[in-house]
Design a binder for this molecule. Sequence first.
Ligand SMILES: *Cc1c(COP(=O)(O)O)cnc(C)c1O
Length: 441
Amino acid sequence: MSTTHQPAISNEQALAFDKEHIWHPYASLIDPSPSYLVESANGVYINLALPNGEQQAVIDGMSSWWCALHGYNHPVLNQAIIDQSQSMAHVMFGGLTHKPAIDLCRTLVEITPAGLNKVFLADSGSVAVEVAIKMALQFWQSQGRGEKSQLLSLRNGYHGDTLGAMSVCDPVNGMHHLFKDSLQTHLFTEAPSCAFNEPCDSSAISDLHKLLSENHQNLAALILEPIVQGAGGMRFYSPDYLKQARALCSKFDVLLIADEIATGFARTGKLFACEHADISPDILCLGKALTGGYMTLAATLCSDKVSDGICKGEAGVFMHGPTFMGNPLACAVANASLNILLQSDWENNIARIEQGLLDGLAPCSDLDAVANVRVLGAIGVIEMKEAVTMADIQALFIEHGIWLRPFGKLVYTMPPFVISDEELSQLTTAICSSLSHYVSK
Ligand SMILES: *Cc1c(COP(=O)(O)O)cnc(C)c1O
């Protein structure tokens, strides 16, 4: 039985419709870059139907943008969705509650850094960031300190694409000028200059210190991605910086929002990147890998101090409530994904992937066009001296049997945790040989 209203069309016709009518991320509809048709995905492989009529399996080096921890078509995750769909796919969360959401929140409270006891379930990472910002604003308003309404953020940060989240992204690569009349203007401090394995002396923290000491009266929160700045530059920075930032926020009475939407769930070698510095933020955003890449779901956790502050204030309630809040299908698959992760020997597994990336990407450093190769946990980054042309380099990657989506000068990979040693070596070998073909063209 057909499950769509539409008569079947050829792959060619389907792609032609896509090109003409469907927005893709950060895309043009006048001069779109190519989209590849995916027929299925299994394990670490995405199965493409190529325009020449052939099929090709490519190793997904992106985990579908940090999400697909356990690979595709995972029998346990599939079953979690099937089982949940047979009791209820969705019910509203206003006035109703359910075990899938309760179990998920029990786990999140247990595994996240100490003190984060309250959970707000949101529908995507950007919404989780909006919720975090609103929590911080409502908190200060409740204390009679409504003038604390500005945010402080790090340059090279990325926090999502909705208006509030975008306003705390890097002002240059977040292209604030395009929206300058409608974006809230916030403060930005220099991106941390101390590398992951370096201490941070006072000069590296002085700009943050200065901005906090001069502006704390008007600042609601500092928002940052702990340890790894993702889409804003793929930079790894010192746990010492994070530790000092936490201390400064406490000193100046500014809330700390940690955006772990990319780093959460073991990607950096710790379950949460905050653990590298042994700190707890006041508010924590989670998303991406929360459901193992099956469905959209995110969460914003906060401390009792923040939730008490909000709820004892004038409004008495936290003013946010998405229609699909706590969606049972998403919670059920998140529970299954977290169970797989927490039952696994993830620490050794991430160390294995880290070593595989270090060994496998080392040859790329020999290329003249490469500025820097860096690895942390299950994240490998090759920074080129010049920006790459996405469509050209993507075609080369596919020829070499891998899927990556570089941006600007950054070619990077964060493979699914289930990748085998052999697949990892195929991935890294293919990255280095594609780059060497690319630069020699
Ligand atoms: C991806 C990302 C977001 C936005 O999440 P969406 O689900 O795309 O809205 C926010 N913050 C960070 C650090 C991210 O990596």
